[in-house]
Write a protein that binds this ligand. Structure first.
Ligand code: DI6
Ligand code: FE
Length: 399
């Protein structure tokens, strides 16, 4: 019997390993990558392949570039309807906050999502998930948050899991019950928080419906004290913590999230240096969402230079949602991160691979090409990985 018996071997292309040990893209020209039992079993220069290998299948990359499968670490993919009407209102001068306060915004999507059956919701979500996949995504985080009652939130989380099964995507789910206060709890935010902590989080944890809990911590949503209650409850039930923080104003949500060792804080346009220092210390990943920045015509840039200075890992994601980021291409987001936030193409690619893996606590399993990691890859008809950020919304040849 031969020593190396692989299931699959890629040859004749450029590997972009994003190996954290490499200070750049980690390119291996004329590389070879072997897979055994869905794990990366070997990778290196083709000329260094061991003499005694054999592989069931050999795939010719024809000079294409192979990267780790992309990771979209922040989406609200499961919702019903759309908000084109609101988009027009905003173009005529209404602000996002004004629309939210008058009962539109998130709550209009909540209404549509509550009314949709499981199958209808699934049917509306599948095209979005397919488009993400076409942009090279193999792992996607999906938040609830457009149900805001027991049955609807569970329905959304189950649709998210079903999407993973149907499309062969790795799905991580996040419970975002604290996205907005539903109409039946109007002016009773405390009661709603108590309901989330007493009745929802325990069930969601016990039934393993979510990996993380997230809070929209903001003036127009939940304040710090309410956010803290949710984080305490989530920690008690062993769920990871994420936070929509400092998106529209600075209320100190980032520092609070850092105290709870959040895996990520997301948005961050209004983050200050104290907040950056706090997440540098807690090992929390900063997730930037250029789609929402663009769509809201935001002027305040997230503190990129401070994040760099304090060596905070930066991830980027689509934030796919009907209100502030109706986008289903992660490569388009890479381009936006470069044009709007001046990330380099390398930072953008790290932002959707290794750093996005960190934002999901999965950096030991996915996000770079290294022996022992899960072998999910994306193949691109390009010659250098910087082209993924340069082209506007590139599509992968396969994932
Ligand atoms: N921040 C956002 O940008 C989205 N959610 C959040 O917490 C917006 C969600 C929506 O408007 O539907
Ligand atoms: Fe979001």
């Amino acid at each position: 019997m031969k020593n190396k018996e692989w299931d699959q071997l890629y040859v004749n292309g450029t590997l972009c390993t994003l190996d954290p040990a490499d200070s750049s893209f980690g390119l291996i020209k004329d590389g070879a990558l072997a897979i055994k039992d869905n794990l990366i079993a070997w990778l290196g220069k083709r000329s260094d392949l061991p003499a005694d290998y054999s592989s069931e299948v050999e795939i010719n990359l024809n000079q294409q570039v192979l990267t780790p499968g992309l990771i979209d670490c922040h989406t609200h993919l499961v919702y019903a309807g759309n908000r084109a009407d609101e988009f027009e209102k905003r173009l005529n001068g209404a602000t996002y906050e004004e629309i939210a306060k008058s009962g539109g915004g998130i709550l209009s999507t909540v209404k549509a999502t509550r009314q949709a059956s499981f199958d209808e919701l699934l049917e509306q979500t599948i095209p979005r998930a397919k488009q993400l996949k076409e942009s090279g995504v193999t792992t996607v985080e999906i938040k609830s948050g457009y149900g805001l009652d027991f049955d609807s939130e569970i329905k959304i989380l189950k649709v998210a899991k079903k999407i993973g099964e149907l499309l062969g995507l790795r799905v991580k789910t996040t419970f975002l019950g604290a996205h907005s206060i539903p109409p039946e709890f109007k002016n009773r935010a405390e009661d709603y928080i108590n309901f989330l902590c007493a009745e929802m989080i325990p069930v969601i944890a016990n039934e393993k419906l979510a990996d993380f809990v997230d809070v929209f911590s903001e003036k127009i949503a939940f304040n710090l004290e309410q956010t803290k209650k949710i984080f305490e409850c989530a920690s008690e039930y062993g769920l990871g913590i994420k936070c929509h923080a400092e998106q529209l104003s600075n209320i100190g949500a980032t520092e609070l999230a850092a105290r709870f060792k959040a895996v990520s804080v997301d948005h961050l346009e209004f983050l200050d240096e104290d907040g950056v220092k706090a997440i540098a210390k807690s090992g929390t990943t900063a997730v930037l969402l250029p789609g929402a920045f663009y769509f809201l015509r935001e002027q305040q840039l997230p503190p990129i230079d401070l994040l760099r200075k304090h060596e905070v890992p930066i991830a980027i994601a689509t934030d796919c949602n009907p209100g502030t980021s109706p986008v289903t291409s992660l490569t388009l987001i890479m381009n936006m991160a470069c044009t709007l936030f001046r990330l380099t193409p390398l930072e953008a690619l790290r932002g959707v691979t290794i750093n996005a893996a960190k934002a999901l606590g999965m950096e030991n399993k996915i996000g770079s090409l290294e022996v022992g990691k899960i072998a999910d890859v994306a193949i691109w008809d390009i010659r250098h990985p910087a082209e993924l950020s340069y082209s506007i919304g590139f599509r992968s040849s396969s994932t």
